[in-house]
Design a protein around this ligand. Sequence first.
Ligand SMILES: [Zn+2]
Length: 843
Amino acid sequence: MAALTWSEARRRAESVAVESYTLELDLTARGDFFTSTTVIAFTARAAETFLELAAEDPPEALLDGVPVPASAFADGRLALRGLGGRHELTVRARLRYSRDGEGLHRFVDPADDSVYLCATSSIDNAKRWFACFDQPDLKARIALRVQCPPEWTVVGNGAATREAPGTWRLAQTEPISTYLVTLVAGPWHSVRGEHDGIPLGLHARRSLAAELDRDASGLLRLTADSLDAFHELFEVRYPFGEYNQAFVPEFNWGAMENPGCVTFRDHLVFRSRPSESELLARANTIVHEMAHMWFGDLVTMRWWDDLWLNESFAEYLARRVTPRVTGLPAGPDFAAARKSWGYAADRRATTHPVAGNGATDARAALDDFDGISYAKGASVLRQLAAYLGEEMFLGGLRDHVRSHAYGNATFADLLASWSACAGPGTPTGADLSRWADEWLRRAGVDVIAVETGARAGAAGAVDGPVLRRHPPLFGPAADRPHALSVAVLSGCAGESANRETRTRVVLGGEPVALPAAGPGEILLPNAGDETWATIRLAPDHWERLPAVLAATPDAMARAAAWNALRTGLADGLVAPGLAARAVAAGLPVELDVVTARLLPWITAALPVYLAPGPERAAALAAVADAAWALLTGAAAASSSQLTAARGWVGLTEDRETLRDWRRGAEPVDGLTVDDELSWLVLERRAALGDLTDAAIDAAYAADRTASGLVHATRCRALRPDPEAKAAAWAELVDPASALSHYQLSALADGIWVAGQEELAAPYARRWFDDLPATAAFRGTMSLATLAGLCFPALAVSAETLAWSEAFAARTDVPSGLRRTASDGADDLRRALAVRTAAADSQP
Ligand SMILES: [Zn+2]
C-alpha cells in the first residue's frame, strides 16, 4: 500500500478542507473483522482528490448520496472525482483488527480471556480503522458512535457517554490531526479524578486493577502537578476537555499523545516492584505526553519533516518539568538515558538535521523517531534557551501556541514568534536565524577535544592544554558556538570536592587555553552537561577515568564523563577492558538511575567490541563481580539493590546461584524474587542452557499473564539449541503467524546472544535474504523494530559488514530495513576496528 508523499500531501492540502468526521464502529462481531462507517464533511477546491482506507475489498461509498464505483478503490486509496464546493462522503468498510499494534489492535488477555481494543493512528495508520485524508495539516473535528459488548467501557478523544449497554457516544472534538485519533475499548478498570476543572481518568486491564489502584493516587497527583506546571509555562489552559490516560496492552510506542486520551504501554502499571529509574521514566513519559497537548496537538507540524517541533519540544519540556514534579534526579538520567541515545544516532552515516529531516513520505518519517529528533533536539533547545534568555525563549513559545492554536505551523513560524519577542540586549531575529541554521538545520555532532601542545595566539605560542572544536565525523562542518564548563577532576577520593575547579568557556573556531591538570587529575569538558558534543579527553587522561569516576561527587560531571567514555569506546579511543574497569570502579558511588542505564549498556557493549575468548569473559566477570558487590552492600529493599540484582543476573554465569533465585525466594536480605525478577532469572538461565522446555511451560502455567507469555516466548528463543533458533526464525518470517508483535519481538530478541554466536551464525545471512519479504505482511513500525532486534550485530566480520553495506544501498527494500542495515554497518565497522586493533596489539 503506497505511503502518502510530501508532494501529494501539499497538493491535497491546497485542494481540500475537512470539516468533520463522524465515525460509527460496530465492534460486536466475533472474529478478525469489524465494521467502520465514516461520514466526512469536506470542501473541495479541485475537481479530484483521494482519501486513504486500508481495506482488503472496495468499500461501499456514497458521495452526496451517489454511489462511488468500486473501480475507484485501489492500493488503499479511494479516488473522488467531479468535486467542487461542499460535499458529504459516507464510506462503509469491513476492516481487519491488527496484531502488530498499528490501527485497531485486538488483544485477548491470557489472564481472563477478556478482549481489549486500542486504536493507534500514528504515523499513517488511521486508514486502518477509518476512511480519512490522513495527513497532519488536514485537521478536523471527530465524533464517534460505538457498538460493542455491553460490559465494555469506551474512551477516546472526546468525552464518552454510555447511551445504553453496548452503545457509546464520544463527543465531537476540537479540530485535530488524523494521526491523533484514538479509541480504547474493553472491560477496563478505571479510576477517575478531577483537577482544576479538568476531569481525569486512568484506565488499565481488569487483570491489572489492583496494581492500578495501588498507583492511582500518585499518578493523579503527578498529572495534576504537571497540568499546573504547563498552565504556568504556556499561559494557555489544557484545551481538550477530559484528560484520560489509558495503559493499554501490546502497545508499540512508549506512549502516544492523543488529545483527551493518552495511551501508554501497560508495563507502566508495574506488576512487580519498580526501580527508581522506572518510576522516573514513567513520570517523564507522563510529562512528555502532556507537553504534546500544546506542542503537537494544539499546534501541529505541517508535515513529518518538522517532527522535531513535536518531539524535541516535548522532550525538552519533560526534562524541564519532570524534576519539579517528581524531585527525582532527571538531569543525570537525561544524560545517561537520552543523550547517549542521541549521540549514538548522531555519529552515524544516517545522521540528519534536527529541523527539516527531509522525510519524503509518511512511512520514511518513522525512521526519524530517533535520538536526534528527541534527545539532540532537546539538548539544542537547552542551549537555545540559555542563548535567548528565559523571557524571550518562553515568550516565543507562548506566542507560537496562541497564534497557531488548532492549526499547523512550521519552524519558520516559530522563529517568527521568537523574533517578535526580541528586546534590548537579546539576540535579534537575524542572530537567531544564523544560530538556528548552524544548530538545527545542519546535521552532525562537533568533536570537542582537550589537546596538548603549542597554541598559536596573538602573543605568540603558548604551551599547555587547549580545548579545540573539530567538525563532525559525518555531516557538514558548521560554526556552532558551545557554551560549556570544563572541570579539573581528581582521582583521589575525598580530595576531589575541594580540588575540583570549573572554567566556563564559549568555544568557537579558535582554541581556548585550559588550566593544567595535575597527576591523577583529568580535564573534563562539558562537566555540567551543558552542550551537545562528542567529548575527547586528553589522550593520557582516559586511563585515569576509573579512579576519577569513583572519586567525583558531582553526578552531572560523572554523567558527562560516562558519555565521553561511551563515545570513546565506540570510536576506538577507550579499550573495552578500560570501559569495564570504569564501570566497576564507578558503581559504588553512582546514582541508582544512572546505574540502571550503565549496567545494561556495558553488558551489551562488551561482547560487541571483544571477540569471544578469555578477555571478553574477564571483562564481563569484572562487571558482574562489581554488580554483586553493589547488590550485597546495598540497603535491604532499596532501589539500588534491585538495580544491582538485575544487572548481576544479566551478567552472571553462576547457574547454581541462579537456580536458587526462585519465584518468591529472598536470596539476599530485602530482595524478593517477584514475578518480573523471576522471569529475568529464567531468561538468563535459558540463555545459559540451564532451562528445559518443561520448566518454561511450568513457569508460564504459574504466571499465566500477558507478561508471562512474552517472557516464556523469549526463554524459548534464548536457549542455545539450533532447533530453538530455527523455530524462532521460522515464526518471524511466517506470513501466517498468529503471534502478536510483542511475542515476535521476544523471539527476535532471543536469537543473538553473547556466547551463542556460532549457533546463531546462519541467521546473519538470512536477515538480508528473508526480511524484505516480511514487509508485505508487517506494519511499518513492527517491521523496523523486529529488524533491529534480530540484526546480526554480534556477527562481527568483514562479511557481515559487506552484506550490510550492500543492503543499505538497495532501493527496492523498505526504508526502515535500509536504515537498520546502514546503522548496523556503522556499528560493525566500529566493532571490527576495535577488535582488529586489539588483535594487532597482541604479543
Ligand atoms: Zn513524543
